[in-house]
Write a protein that binds this ligand. Structure first.
Ligand code: AP5
Length: 218
């Protein structure tokens, strides 16, 4: 199955993508995660992306598209993938069409996670990510048992640089201006499925798998 997840920053795309991708045994391809791995590794790509990410702007399309093209050509993506954070504007969506047609395949669905802005701000401000394993906690919704320490691996939790209030504001602006139009773009093609993404993580997963027609979550 080939699925795109769309929704504002903090909607829970990464959280759901992880669970759904595991359930469907397909890779989660998160452009944000790939950029952050490159920043941690201090690669040329990471250095270039960081300047945009820290401001809350999109990394230029030519950089992002090339990165996704390479990733989707890898073996583990042959039988499907779940894209988290890509495409993020209409130009990227059109490029994705070309990539998929070059691979002689197409998208099955675009899942929109619907969450209001007050809630996404709460989710982003309280998010804490593990430096070691990447697990994501939330200070109120999913607090770690020990402050500052990841429940999964004991690694150190940190706040993402782009989760500062002024950067969150800019990311939401960018979402409204550049990414939200994708909802209509995919709706016109009959690919869009939309779910309410407020509520417990497990409830949102249940709605997502039902909407995608891939069976009930256990
Ligand atoms: P990216 O990493 O993709 O960030 P984003 O889209 O802003 O999304 P987030 O990762 O902030 O949130 P999320 O929806 O995954 O929520 P999460 O599951 O973590 O991109 C970062 C930057 O990279 C961009 O700004 C851009 O610069 C660049 N970039 C990336 N892709 C690009 C592209 N295609 N083109 C150009 N540039 C690109 O959840 C958030 C919090 O809420 C967590 O703490 C979580 O525990 C909690 N939570 C999750 N679900 C629930 C729930 N149901 N109830 C309560 N809390 C919940």
């Amino acid at each position: 199955m080939r699925v795109v997840l769309v929704g504002p920053p903090g909607a829970g795309k990464g959280t759901q993508a992880q669970i759904i991708a595991e359930r469907l045994a397909i890779p989660k391809v998160s452009t944000g995660d790939i950029f952050r791995a490159n920043i941690s590794g201090d690669t040329a790509l990471g250095q270039r992306a960081k300047a945009y990410m820290d401001k809350g702007d999109l990394v230029p399309d030519e950089v992002t598209n090339a990165m996704v093209r390479d990733r989707l050509a890898e073996d583990d993506a042959k039988n499907g993938f779940l894209l988290d954070g890509f495409p993020r504007n209409v130009q990227q969506a059109e490029t994705l069409d070309t990539m998929l047609s070059d691979l002689a395949t197409e998208l099955n669905a675009v899942l929109e996670l619907v969450v209001d802005e007050d809630e996404v701000v709460r989710r982003l401000e309280g998010r804490r990510t593990c430096r070691k394993c990447g697990h994501v906690h939330h200070l109120d919704y999913d607090p770690p048992k020990t402050e500052g320490v990841c429940d999964v691996c004991g690694g150190e939790l940190f706040q993402r640089d782009d989760d500062r209030p002024e950067t969150i504001r800019r990311r939401l602006e960018v979402y409204r201006e550049q990414t939200a139009p994708l909802v209509d773009f995919y709706d016109r093609r009959g690919l869009l499925v939309r779910i309410d993404a407020i509520g417990a993580v497990e409830d949102v997963t249940r709605r997502a798998v039902k909407a995608l027609g891939v069976g009930e979550a256990s």
